[in-house]
Design a protein around this ligand. Structure first.
Ligand SMILES: [Zn+2]
Length: 133
């Protein structure tokens, strides 16, 4: 048997799961500008998807963008004009920092407290990592 054939055979016998490793799909923020405000229409939906507290995300976003914001019936209303790219980047940063497991990259994590320090615990692989505040 040729090496390539052997390789192919080994590849084929691998369980489906190993081949098609589910990748986390970054939620897309939908935003538009209204006057001097930027509105993210699917803010609550995104936070639902990643299972995180809206207020925590709000605090992070306003700090990063150095502006004020509020949540109005599921929408994030930011003071100032921001491009969809800016909004998307900040939300992606938030998710990378506070949601995705640094070990396996999956979003199945929760925030726990150990001796008063906030940690990110992954329910998929069991890794625990300190959370950046
Ligand atoms: Zn993990």
């Amino acid at each position: 048997m040729r090496y390539e054939e052997m390789l192919e055979r080994a590849y084929k016998s691998m369980p489906e799961k190993t081949l098609k490793r589910e990748r986390f799909e970054m939620p897309k923020a939908q935003s538009f500008i209204q006057g001097n405000r930027t509105i993210v229409t699917n803010f609550s939906k995104i936070l639902d998807t990643i299972n995180r507290d809206e207020k925590h995300a709000l605090k992070y976003i306003t700090k990063q963008l150095a502006t004020a914001a509020s949540i109005d019936s599921g929408r994030l209303v930011l003071k100032g004009v921001f491009t969809p790219e800016q909004i998307q980047n900040i939300i992606a940063d938030y998710i990378k920092t506070f949601v995705l497991c640094p070990e396996c990259g999956r979003p199945d994590t929760k925030v726990i407290e150990q001796k008063g320090i906030k940690m990110l615990k992954c329910t998929a692989c069991g890794a625990i990592a300190p959370l950046r505040e």
